[in-house]
Design a protein. Structure first.
Length: 88
């Protein structure tokens, strides 16, 4: 993911600037539900499809659903960064 897409969801820790983009409450609840449904790092095919769809929706990308474990992990890590930024 490009750096601009990563920082678009962050805030300045000392309050000099706000987020460039906001995710919706629906997107946040979908992420919350998916992350709570994952067991011990295992991702079902349906969860993988949902993760990819929400990733594309949030970041405006056209990522394809893949079975590559490192690719799925990268998608999860990037979504968790966004999720953590909103939950904290």
């Amino acid at each position: 993911m490009q750096i601009k897409a990563r920082i678009a969801f962050t805030r300045c820790p000392i309050g000099k600037w706000e987020r460039e983009k906001e995710i919706t409450k629906d997107q946040l609840s979908i992420l919350r539900r998916i992350f709570k449904g994952m067991e011990a790092g295992r991702v079902t095919n349906d969860q993988n499809i949902n993760l990819t769809n929400i990733y594309n929706d949030i970041f405006g990308m056209n990522k394809k659903v893949t079975g590559c474990s490192s690719c799925v992990k990268q998608t999860i890590d990037e979504l968790k960064q966004v999720y953590d930024a909103y939950e904290n």
